[in-house]
Design a protein around this ligand. Structure first.
Ligand SMILES: [Zn+2]
Length: 144
């Protein structure tokens, strides 16, 4: 876990939630705390509810609702798997990575690549676009 990323995201999340006028509910607070630590790469909501089982957060529905709200506030990235299950991770403008979906096993592997980032920024230049973000998912079969 990246501690700086955790703290940066916690601060942003708390600011944005307060700015949206949402009250500090137990479920939302617990989900935010947990996502900051465990949501640095893709997680499914069922894993979150499992990890929160010992905490008084109410129903699984309240966990799903909290995740939806955080997503709507731009605090989470979502990857919709071909298995129909949405996976989430915290959105951090200062750190990002992409994902490779192994179509042989269904595994999702995170990767970061400077050359790839440079290529995307060069493409944005050529398209005359001021880039505000990008999401890339590679699909394939790992050879090794
Ligand atoms: Zn990830």
């Amino acid at each position: 876990m990246d501690l700086e990323m955790r703290d940066r995201w916690l601060n942003r999340a708390q600011d944005r939630v307060a700015g949206a006028g949402l009250r500090a509910g137990a479920a939302r607070s617990a989900v935010i705390e947990l996502l900051a630590r465990e949501g640095q790469c893709l997680l499914i909501v069922a894993e979150l509810t499992q990890m929160l089982r010992s905490q008084p957060v109410g129903s699984a529905a309240s966990v799903y609702r909290a995740v939806d709200e955080l997503f709507e506030l731009g605090l989470l990235h979502r990857l919709d798997g071909r298995d129909g299950v949405a996976r989430y991770e915290i959105a951090d403008p200062e750190h990002h990575h992409h994902h490779l979906v192994d179509e042989g096993t269904g595994d999702v592997v995170a990767f970061a690549d400077q050359e790839f980032e440079r290529a995307i920024h060069a493409l944005a230049e050529r398209l005359d676009v001021e880039l505000t973000g990008h999401d890339v998912v590679l699909r394939g079969r790992r050879r090794s």
